[in-house]
Design a protein around this ligand. Structure first.
Ligand code: SF4
Ligand code: SF4
Ligand code: FES
Length: 909
């Protein structure tokens, strides 16, 4: 700590910060542009000038760039000294000479850092009377708009895109007063993290094109703190709604997870929530007749009758549904009859991961902590496609070495250009083995393409090489010895090695070998971290609830041991072929489906019940660390349409249970479900500490969901009724609908619906939330680990079980993943679905040559009595006789994974 004097008062600040960081942390309003808590300082805009004095006697002082000036014990500075005030005013006036005065038509207006800084500096009169510099805008793809005339040349965008996210297709061009930030030529931005430009840019140069389609000013939206549902990372988001549609998702700060950024899937993948054909009513189908059940009571009576007529009820849960809804299903059908909705291989992988997390004795780092690991080894995961923000953290970990070098040269880590120059590009080490080339190969020291079996063998060999107690492989050939030595030595030479694998290869053995490597490193006294990635936002949650696999369910159906199937928020057609599904459906008498999407499964339900989605309900999901996090309802769909039938899935299931067992209702609000689950199951005992419950109040008030300037509230329902209806009451959370309630939520809770503090309307306001920027928020950090990891004893070694060698007579199908297309929710969003690759398969170029096919050719093969068609991408970076398929999409069921195909034909037109 250091003591500094600001405006004649004494303050204790962090000695490693710069003056700007320290002053903002103390709550002072110093305007800035180019500084960013993650990107550091480059001192290019000069907006953050303050006056520094030699000591308390010095009355002259000198202007210093606060973001480039380290905090020194005894520093004396003045923020409000007239010279620095005038200087800052002058800087913004200069910046504004070329900036168009187009706030009324700029989408950033009302949430613009440039607007806020202009007001803070007091610049309010335009003296410049000449022509402004103008630029041509570029098409940057379907998600990010470009309006270059608004640029103030702060360089944040290029520093983020190129230096932080390692993007290669965006840069800065031109000179002096004519600097241009964009691509060399028009085209879609290639980075999976391009959407962050919208938030990183302090002006309206980069805009969110998805939001533009349903544009509303920031203050006119209704928000709630939420959790991204598109992968197992669980990034914190803030979602905004108007007129019953989600129209914006932005980053919500969590110090240990996403901090200031999101991936494009999380930011742009939400429009599935706004689809016109969303189920809204209960539907009854009988012998090709479809009847809408207008009366809710009729639905319950019918369901009760059908259930009473059935003797064997099975419930299929979902790894994309909340913990509470899955639990309600388990309560209804009983533990024995509950399925996790996963295929056996994935379930086995998930269960193994859970037992390792619970008692494996190896630490699981957060996204922020990933950046502290110096050697990273990834087995069988294309992390950028399956858990993108982890890939972004890995990119920072590889660059982190430059910071330690600079530190040894007394260069503060926030001095980003000096750090870059001093370190001369030295990097930490990354090794990847996967079935095909991954998007992190550009920064890896060695990337190898291996079959899954070879990856398993390599894993066992590496762990044995590190620690001879670890089981090796008997009679193994000496192939890959050099790679084994290279990776083992790198891991052994590191201080903090990190091993990453997951369920995406569908291999229990791969997870076992990964654990062995981590254990062998721990035995060698390394500070090892271990991460397992899972397939969906709540895979660990449903895994902890425990249930049978989908294959077990189908087995029961085929043995006539199930005559009533309840399917919760899960599209079973993603897993099984249409042929197999129709065979099963012929046997089951009744299928009840609850979902918020009109999936193929929803369309075959004898009864389909419409549920709310994650923006219309509150609930809990568990991320890859075992961290339970709560998402909150953004709006009440019934406010806009009173007669729709949508209910939270847990409520549907609870009411059905009450009706069936003639019990009175006991769950009225989410806290009732949470209370029941946490008291019934030991693993969920901490669930009630994940977030404040619905009774949480600040001075007797709930927390407001809308900014206090929210306008037009009386007109949002004017098309229905001109009389203003009272706002709905939220039983399930501490938030009130609309703008009533506490607006200073950032002082009392880390569950922040939207970013705002007085005078700071843009997302930069979050730098004012906490006493330590980029540190903890003041209260209730979002989420809670369900179990401790990294403590306790290590579990026994896993032994290698030999697997059959691949045959050269057939093609082996394995899953390959794409950011857009692999995940079930986002692909229904129109803009995402338009951007899913046309290639549904990937094949080795030598195999393609034999079949005379090129990229874009179609092939076909038969499996499960079904003919599958695949559009092929030809690559040299995939093993021969391997066929990677975008499973779960393009009618390619996930159960194809691991199948051997002998007859694979080119389709000739
Ligand atoms: S485009 Fe935005 S972020 Fe980039 S330099 Fe201009 S103002 Fe700064
Ligand atoms: S990394 Fe995953 S959780 Fe985070 S924003 Fe992307 S899809 Fe969402
Ligand atoms: S913020 Fe300090 S120079 Fe730009």
């Amino acid at each position: 700590m250091a003591i500094i004097f600001i405006n004649d008062k004494k303050y204790h600040v962090n000695a490693s910060d710069n003056l700007l960081h320290a002053c903002l942390s103390l709550g002072f309003d110093i305007p800035y542009f180019c500084w960013h808590p993650i990107l550091g300082s480059i001192g290019s805009c000069r907006q953050c000038m303050v006056k520094q004095y030699d000591n308390c006697e010095d009355k002259v002082g000198r202007l210093v760039i606060s973001c480039m000036t380290p905090v020194l014990n005894g520093s004396v500075i003045s923020i409000h000294d007239s010279e620095s005030v005038e200087f800052r005013k002058g800087i913004i006036e200069l910046l504004m000479t070329n900036h168009p005065h187009d706030c009324p038509i700029c989408e950033e207006g009302g949430s613009c850092h440039l607007q806020d800084m202009t007001v803070i500096t007091g610049h309010n009169k335009r003296r410049y009377r000449f022509l402004k510099r103008t630029h041509k805008n570029q098409y940057l793809g379907p998600f990010v708009g470009h309006e270059m005339n608004r640029c103030i040349s702060c360089y944040r965008c290029v520093r983020y895109y190129k230096d932080y996210a390692d993007g290669t297709d965006f840069g800065v061009y031109g000179t002096s007063n004519n600097i241009y930030f964009g691509r060399l030529e028009e085209g879609a931005l290639e980075s999976e993290f391009s959407g962050n430009l919208v938030e990183v840019c302090p002006t309206g140069v980069f805009t969110d094109k998805i939001q533009s389609e349903k544009y509303s000013r920031k203050w006119d939206l209704q928000y709630a703190p939420s959790i991204c549902q598109h992968c197992c990372v669980g990034c914190n988001i803030s979602a905004g709604e108007k007129y019953g549609e989600i129209c914006k998702v932005e980053n919500r700060y969590h110090e240990n997870i996403n901090r200031y950024f999101l991936c494009d899937l999380g930011r742009f993948g939400y429009s599935y929530s706004n689809l016109e054909d969303r189920p809204k009513y209960s539907v009854f189908r009988n012998e090709n007749k479809t009847k809408i059940l207008k009366n809710l009571q009729n639905s319950f009576t019918l369901i009760e009758k059908l259930l009473l007529d059935s003797s064997q009820v099975i419930g299929i849960g979902s790894n994309r549904a909340s913990l509470e809804s899955n639990y309600a299903l388990q309560k209804l059908v009983g533990k024995k009859n509950f399925s996790t909705g996963m295929l056996q291989k994935e379930l086995d992988c998930t269960s193994l991961i859970i037992s390792i997390l619970k008692s494996g004795g190896i630490y699981v780092p957060t996204l922020k902590e990933i950046e502290n690991y110096d050697v990273i080894f990834i087995l069988g995961e294309d992390v950028t496609q399956t858990s993108p923000m982890i890939a972004l953290s890995i990119r920072q970990a590889i660059k982190e070495k430059s910071k330690s070098i600079s530190f040894s040269k007394n260069i503060p880590v926030w001095n980003s250009l000096a750090v870059k120059n001093a370190s001369q590009g030295v990097k930490n080490r990354l090794f990847i083995i996967n079935t095909y080339a991954t998007k992190l190969d550009d920064i890896s020291e060695k990337s190898c393409i291996f079959s899954i079996n070879s990856q398993v063998q390599l894993g066992f060999k590496i762990s044995h090489h590190i620690d001879k107690d670890s089981p090796g492989i008997d009679n193994s050939s000496d192939s890959n010895t050099k790679i084994v030595e290279l990776i083992s030595c790198a891991l052994l030479s590191s201080k903090n090695p990190l091993i990453i694998s997951g369920t995406h290869s569908n291999s229990v053995e791969l997870i076992q070998s990964t654990y062995n490597i981590a254990k062998s490193l721990k035995n060698r006294k390394k500070n090892v971290g271990l991460i397992f990635l899972t397939s969906n936002s709540n895979s660990l949650g449903i895994g902890l609830l425990d249930g049978m696999s989908l294959e077990k369910v189908s087995e029961k159906i085929l043995k006539n041991k199930c005559d009533f199937l309840i399917i919760l928020e899960n599209d079973i057609y993603r897993y099984f072929s249409k042929f197999y599904m129709s065979k099963l459906l012929k046997i089951v008498k009744n299928v009840l489906v609850i979902d918020h999407l009109n999936t193929d499964t929803m369309k075959i339900g004898k009864i389909s019940l419409p549920s709310t989605n994650c923006f219309e309900s509150s609930g809990t999901v568990v991320n890859y660390e075992g961290r339970a996090q709560r998402f909150f309802q953004v709006y009440d769909p019934k406010f806009y349409c009173n007669d729709i039938h949508t209910l939270d899935s847990w409520m549907w299931l609870h009411l059905i249970r009450c009706k069936l067992y003639k019990k009175s209702q006991t769950w009225y609000k989410l806290d009732d479900v949470i209370h029941s689950l946490s008291s019934e199951k030991f693993d969920f005992r901490n669930l009630k500490f994940v977030a404040p419950d619905a009774s949480f109040r600040v001075f007797g008030q709930k927390l407001a969901r809308s900014p206090h300037r929210s306008s037009g509230r009386t007109s949002v329902r004017a098309n229905i009724n001109v009389h203003e209806r009272s706002q709905p009451k939220d039983q399930n959370s501490m938030f009130s609908f609309s703008m009533e309630g506490c607006q200073q939520f950032y002082k009392y809770s880390s569950y922040i619906p939207f970013s705002w503090t007085p005078g700071w309307n843009s997302i930069q306001s979050l730098n004012k939330f906490s006493r330590n920027i980029d540190g903890k928020l003041p209260f209730w950090n979002s989420g809670k680990h369900l179990f401790e990891h990294g403590t306790g004893k290590l579990i026994p070694w896993f032994n290698y079980c030999s697997v059959k060698n691949e045959s050269n007579d057939s093609y082996c199908i394995f899953p390959y993943y794409a950011l857009f297309g692999s995940e079930p929710l986002s692909k229904l969003s129109p803009k995402i679905s338009e951007n899913i690759s046309i290639f549904s398969g990937i094949m080795n170029k030598n195999d393609a040559k034999i079949l005379s096919i090129r990229s874009g050719s179609k092939i076909e093969f038969e499996c499960f009595n079904t003919l599958f068609t695949v559009t092929i991408f030809v690559s040299s970076k995939i093993k021969s006789k391997h066929l990677g398929l975008l499973l779960g999409h393009y009618d390619l069921p996930i159960s194809l994974s691991g199948k051997k195909i002998v007859d694979l034909r080119k389709i000739t037109v």
